[in-house]
Design a protein around this ligand. Structure first.
Ligand code: FAD
Length: 321
């Protein structure tokens, strides 16, 4: 590295090809940073697993996730982003010039944007992944609309599950909320709102139950079977949709030793010089679901990708390179 020519050092490498990564690359390319974007194993990110997106502004027709992400890739390529379809195995943060290590190659860069997203937790049941986007969802804000006036179930007991139940209570007919414990981890204020929905019989609670089986008929979810060892009971609930709200795992394992995280999510340094996306390491920025414990939407990920690219540009100008 010491005798490496400076023209081998890239200005900016973006890790991840979800809405955050592609948006960052579009802004960085337009700022003439000649970004490299490394896609990871899930090119296009989480949206590629959904069949229908109805909340991306400007896309009124039924849009498949993969179509939207292919368009983002085309946009990034048109502006001369170099796209590498590989996974980053490691980053060496120990020197000012960062080393981004892939299976057979290393890249050197002055700045990096981490946009590695997150992966929803699943229950581990048969049919679960196969029916994602076709009766099973991990995102009520994204998919709730498709279950208008229908009965659905939600699994979970934390803030996300309760927020999803409250959100869906304005859309669906009845919500069956299944939680494996007696007490809920969600905040009291959310629980108070939930209990109002329970009183109205909009939400039916099943505590101490877990989902045991997803029952499919004619290629559609027909019902779920729930069981309680504690109560020695088994029930079948007819539903049109199952929302799994048991959390998500941010993809930060490979950085965890060096980049500060909280519950796995990258923590951002306090705002300074109007920079709002920098991690604890100078020149390393983070964007999208990997930092987001609240919104986790394509549009919020894209917006933070934009901010990270603008921040990286500002940082690079301070280096006089
Ligand atoms: P992600 O989309 O998670 O992308 C992360 C990227 O990082 C991937 O390309 C991955 O390959 C890459 N990566 C990870 N590790 C590495 C590594 N080591 N090296 C290189 N690359 C790596 N949101 C909406 O707004 N509307 C919807 O309708 C909607 N529907 C959804 C449906 C489903 C089933 C799911 C799961 C999510 C949905 N969401 C929706 C949420 C939305 O997909 C996410 O909020 C958004 O994709 C987050 O974008 P991101 O760029 O932060 O990360």
């Amino acid at each position: 590295m010491d005798n490496m020519k400076t023209n081998n050092i890239k200005k900016l490498i973006i890790i991840g090809s979800g809405p955050a990564g592609y948006t960052a690359s579009i802004y960085a390319a337009r700022a003439n940073l000649k970004p490299i974007l490394i896609t990871g194993l899930q090119k296009g990110g989480q949206l590629t697993t959904t069949n229908n997106i109805e909340n991306w502004p400007g896309r009124l027709q039924n849009t498949k996730g993969i179509e939207l992400m292919n368009d983002m890739e085309k946009h990034a390529l048109k502006l001369n982003t170099r796209i590498i379809q590989e996974e980053v195995l490691k980053i060496d943060f120990s020197k000012k010039i960062l080393q981004i290590i892939l299976e057979k190659k290393k890249y050197f860069s002055y700045a990096v944007i981490i946009a590695t997203g997150s992966s929803p937790r699943y229950l581990g049941l048969k049919n679960e992944k196969e029916f994602l986007g076709r009766g099973i969802s991990t995102c009520a804000t994204c998919d709730g609309f498709f279950y208008k006036n229908k009965e659905v179930a939600i699994v979970g007991g934390g803030n996300t599950a309760i927020e999803e139940a409250l959100y869906l209570s304005n859309i669906v007919s009845v919500i069956h909320l299944i939680h494996r414990n007696t007490s809920f981890k969600a905040e009291k204020i959310l629980m108070n709102r939930l209990m109002q929905q329970v009183k109205k019989k909009k939400v039916i609670l099943y505590t101490n139950y877990i989902v045991n089986k997803i029952i499919i008929k004619n290629q559609k979810i027909q019902s779920i079977q729930i069981i309680s060892d504690y109560l020695s009971k088994k029930k079948t609930i007819c539903i049109s949709g199952l929302f799994i709200a048991i959390g998500s795992i941010p993809n930060t394992q490979i950085f965890a030793k060096h980049i500060k995280t909280k519950s796995g999510y990258i923590t951002i340094q306090k705002k300074y010089n109007n920079i709002t996306t920098q991690t604890n390491i100078p020149g390393v920025f983070a964007a999208g679901d990997v930092v987001d414990t609240i919104y986790k939407q394509a549009i919020t990920a894209a917006a933070s990708g934009c901010r990270a690219a603008l921040d990286a540009e500002k940082y690079l100008t301070t280096l006089n390179i």
